[in-house]
Design a protein around this ligand. Structure first.
Ligand SMILES: *[C@@H]1O[C@H](CO)[C@@H](O)[C@H](O)[C@H]1NC(C)=O
Ligand SMILES: *[C@@H]1O[C@H](CO)[C@@H](O)[C@H](O)[C@H]1NC(C)=O
Ligand SMILES: *[C@@H]1O[C@H](CO)[C@@H](O)[C@H](O)[C@H]1NC(C)=O
Ligand SMILES: *[C@@H]1O[C@H](CO)[C@@H](O)[C@H](O)[C@H]1NC(C)=O
Ligand SMILES: *[C@@H]1O[C@H](CO)[C@@H](O)[C@H](O)[C@H]1NC(C)=O
Ligand SMILES: [Ca+2]
Length: 609
């Protein structure tokens, strides 16, 4: 409880929020929080401002944007139009609880907020950045949200104008931090907005507005790209599965794609470890996650062929939990697990099986332990599980659903979640032929040290997609590729700086973590290092993404501290393979290739003796 109260009290961003309040925190970003707010400008004042700023686009005013809306069959209304000069800043600051940091260092642009739906109880908003310097190849970047966040993600939108693209983000129809769910209780329409409708409606209307703003001819293409992580990953997959015309390419990170299965599982994971009192022998206290991590590192680091503090092949490691179990020879009981605690850890790794042994959702990957505090720390199951069950699934007032006596959430909840899929948010259509046939491309990526959304879930999704296309892996790789990022936590960075593995590929939330004025991968703004640029080259020029070079810095979230390591991440089933001679911290010493299994088994033997 204490942990979650702390989190709620803070002005939370995405999961970055967890970073700053946890005892096992990510290293802190020194980003200054810009408090400047740009609310609605009066027309007269606006005119004056326009005259002052000769560089501002002449169409960046409420009257012109209202005239655009007038030509469209929509009930949407202009909420705000603000011209932003070069090196300016824009956002809603503290009025946008999940995204309070306004991007700075922006190129000159027009910031627009549109409100769709007039009823106070049911409406959604979306924001647009319309850069003055729009590239000749017309492009739009749509960005996603995180957790249950309700707010426009202005910080991630900033990448758009830096690439001379327009940018769009929706608030998903409510106003809350990433961990609040009470807004959904008894509110079918808000659930649907969050589930898919706000995203879809914003994309459709946003494209029309952009076309008219730039007076684009109907036969000219507006290339549209998506970038999102976690819930953002889910939103992107959901949209491209059902509406194949929406995007030309999507950069999908750590997607929380199967809401109806994943969120109950996140509750179930909590039940493995709670209640957190001494009478529960199965409870692993927070301080022992580190012990587990250290043991995983000891047994699994070398299995990938290189003893470098990065577990790159967790699936190849035959981890023996027994090594950690207290015995008659134990002298220090802080350094071992009881048999019951080891059983809890085993279940967290194994994943969730039904009574008949069907896999309901895969568990957390070996090497994610440093981030286990998110789901298993504190004193009650996380809001991603408990909040979902109470407010999405049961519309419960909090009194009827009592988790404290439960060891498992039960078949009824699982079946209900499957049947109802509240908000219809699950992205479970594996047949994306229509998207593929239009030339659509997907880069899917997931950190192997993710302690919140299981990495094996993304891999499972990828496998299901391959199965859907008749097992044709090569065919599938022509339009969707899956990249595992060793050592990366949920969406970004390396939890607790351990092991400070290369993580940054310019994905969702990543630039913002390096500072409010940051975009792409600082110092490496090219298609080899930036996933969005790689995606655009793949979609527009057919350059398949054979690898991406991930970067980390001496201080993982301070790009001025000097590059520490760069290493390719590779499209599965390829792996980054070391050349055996070069500096392991240099990307050139690695290539994407099939893993050498002999080496793996040899290393495994070595570790075992
Ligand atoms: C305008 O939108 C409404 C509601 O979405 C729809 O019923 C109507 O047919 C549309 N009219 C035109 C001319 O597209
Ligand atoms: C951009 O603005 C910041 C303040 O927001 C200022 O410190 C910086 O010097 C400016 N840079 C340029 C190139 O004008
Ligand atoms: C969102 O809620 C906060 C209070 O938590 C409020 O200050 C802010 O004005 C609201 N923002 C919007 C856009 O309604
Ligand atoms: C027991 O182990 C813990 C954790 O490693 C350590 O902090 C503590 O100092 C150890 N106690 C003794 C008596 O060695
Ligand atoms: C995906 O499929 C491969 C075999 O093609 C298998 O080795 C791997 O375990 C599967 N991953 C998951 C998470 O199901
Ligand atoms: Ca290693």
């Amino acid at each position: 409880m204490v942990l979650w109260l702390l989190l709620t009290a803070a002005t939370l961003g995405t999961f970055q929020a967890f970073a700053s309040t946890s005892p096992l925190a990510f290293s802190h970003s020194t980003t200054p929080v810009t408090r400047k707010r740009n609310l609605g400008l009066q027309p007269r004042r606006f005119q004056a401002q326009l005259e002052d700023q000769q560089t501002t686009h002449p169409r960046c005013n409420s009257k012109y944007l209202a005239s655009i809306l007038h030509t469209l069959n929509t009930t949407a209304a202009i909420e705000n139009v603000t011209p932003v000069a070069a090196n300016g800043s824009y956002g809603e600051g503290a009025s946008d609880p999940p995204y309070p940091v306004n991007p700075t260092n922006l190129p000159p642009l027009c910031a627009v907020t549109i409100k769709v739906g007039q009823s106070a109880a049911a409406n959604y908003r979306f924001g647009l950045f319309l850069p003055d310097d729009f590239s000749t190849t017309k492009r739009l970047l749509v960005v996603g949200n995180g957790g249950f966040a309700g707010g426009i993600n202005w910080l991630d939108m900033a990448a758009g104008p830096h690439h001379h693209m327009a940018a769009l983000s929706t608030d998903t129809g409510h106003n809350s931090t990433a961990i609040e769910t009470s807004w959904a209780n008894h509110h079918t329409e808000k659930k649907e907005f969050w589930g898919w409708r706000a995203m879809h409606g914003s994309v459709v209307l946003g494209k029309e507005i952009i076309r008219r703003y730039y007076e684009q001819p109907d036969n000219e293409k507006l290339w549209t790209y998506y970038s999102g992580c976690s819930t953002g990953g889910r939103q992107g997959l959901r949209e491209l599965q059902e509406f194949p015309d929406s995007f030309d390419g999507a950069l999908i990170g750590a997607p929380a794609w199967w809401t109806g299965r994943l969120n109950p599982f996140l509750m179930q994971v909590g039940l493995y470890n709670f209640p957190a009192d001494d009478s529960n022998p199965y409870h692993i206290p927070l301080e022992k996650f580190s012990l587990l991590f250290t043991e995983v590192m000891r047994q699994c680091d070398g299995v990938d062929g290189v003893q470098d503090g990065i577990v790159s092949s967790p699936d190849k490691c035959e981890f023996d939990l027994g090594m950690l179990v207290c015995s008659q020879f134990t002298t220090n009981f802080s350094e071992c697990l009881t048999i019951e605690q080891a059983e809890t850890a085993r279940k967290v790794y194994e994943g969730w099986l039904s009574e008949d042994g069907e896999l309901l959702y895969p568990g957390l990957t070996l090497s994610s332990e440093v981030q286990w505090w998110v789901l298993l720390g504190g004193t009650e199951p996380s809001p991603f599980g408990l909040g979902y069950i109470r407010d999405f699934l049961l519309d419960d007032d909090g009194k009827e659903f009592d988790w404290t006596g439960l060891s498992t959430i039960g078949k009824d909840i699982v079946e209900r979640a499957q049947r109802l899929d509240p908000g219809r948010s699950s992205a479970t259509q594996y047949d994306i032929s229509d998207f593929k046939d239009r030339g659509g491309k997907v880069i899917l990526y997931h950190g192997l040290a993710d302690g919140l959304v299981p990495e094996k879930g993304s891999w499972w999704y990828y496998n299901k997609t391959i199965d859907n296309f008749g097992g044709d892996l090569d065919g599938v790789r022509n339009f969707i590729r899956y990249f595992q990022i060793p050592g990366m936590g949920h969406c970004f960075s390396t939890p607790d700086c351990r092991p400070n593995a290369p993580w940054n590929i310019g994905g969702a939330f990543q630039p913002g973590l390096l500072g409010s004025g940051s975009w792409s991968v600082p110092g490496f703004e090219d298609a080899e290092h930036d996933g969005l640029m790689a995606l655009m080259a793949w979609s527009e020029e057919g350059k398949a993404v054979d690898k991406l070079v991930a970067t980390t810095w001496k201080k993982p979230t301070d790009s001025n501290s000097g590059v520490l390591r760069q290493r390719p991440i590779c499209p599965w089933p390829e792996k980054a393979v070391y050349d055996g001679a070069g500096d392991v911290n240099e990307a050139e010493s690695w290539e994407c290739a099939m893993e050498r299994v002999e080496l793996v088994s040899e290393m495994q033997r070595r570790v075992e003796c």
